[in-house]
Design a protein around this ligand. Structure first.
Ligand code: C5P
Length: 229
């Protein structure tokens, strides 16, 4: 996927519980980042009207990680497409029939990318095992016709090698300087993420909890710009 600049590779995870807080962060960040990610907490609390508000200024990734029977997931994908979001995801662990049903439903929304979570970056399985499982699940997602996966930075390069350079990799678990890993297990900094072939960096607490979220986003962008391609 082509990017105008590094800011279009950053997805800020709006892990807050109210529209007021979400819009305040959006306004603080302004156009310093291209994407906002809405996860379970915020979507359950505020729903579609918030998506409409955020879509006025940013691209929106609806991170609800659908995992259910194929028919139910396909219907959820249709509902996500109707919201006009630019990215939505499912759990690759749902299996091939579920992924295929999701992929088929997403075809009605060509502007929306459909990606699959491989292994949660908080999962405590050893790195080597995570790589094996992530690769298997990425291949399954590719076979089902999805656009890409969510994986850790440590799996991104190999997934690209196996699934093709156009297969999107979205990587959470981004930390830099002396930031606390918190519940994340496989963390990497923004420069490393770009060097490993990450298309999109999901960043939550390092930006949300910073004294200046905008300055933190700009710091991440500066590190990304320093990456050796
Ligand atoms: O605060 P932090 O930067 O750790 O936030 C990471 C975000 O990415 C959270 O919203 C989390 O739900 C999401 N995520 C993740 N690992 C995945 C998929 C999504 O951490 N595999």
């Amino acid at each position: 996927m082509p990017h105008d600049s590094m800011k279009d590779k950053i997805m800020v995870a709006l892990d807050v519980n109210s529209k007021t807080q979400a819009l305040a962060i959006r306004d603080t960040l302004g156009d310093s980042v291209g994407w906002l990610k809405v996860g379970l907490r915020l979507f359950v609390a505020e729903g579609p009207s918030l998506i409409a508000d955020l879509s006025k200024t940013h691209k929106v990734f609806l991170d609800l990680k659908f995992h259910d029977i194929p028919n139910t997931v396909a219907q959820a994908i249709e509902s996500a497409g109707a919201l006009g979001v630019q990215m939505v995801n499912v759990h690759a662990g749902g299996g091939l029939p579920m992924l295929q049903a999701a992929s088929q439903a997403a075809q009605a929304f060509p502007e929306m990318k459909l990606i699959a979570v491989t292994v949660l970056t908080s999962d405590t399985m050893p790195k080597e095992q995570a790589l094996t499982v992530a690769l298997e699940r990425a291949k399954l997602a590719k076979e089902a016709g999805l656009d890409g996966v969510v994986c850790s930075v440590f799996e991104a390069a190999q997934i690209k090698q196996v699934c093709g350079s156009g297969f999107i990799t979205v990587t959470p678990g981004i930390r830099w300087g002396n930031q606390d890993a918190q519940d994340q297990q496989r963390i990497a900094d923004p420069k490393m993420a770009v060097e490993h072939g990450s298309d999109y960096l999901v960043i939550g607490r390092p930006i949300l909890q910073a004294d200046s979220p905008k300055a933190a986003a700009e710091e991440a962008i500066k590190m990304m710009e320093g990456a050796n391609h």
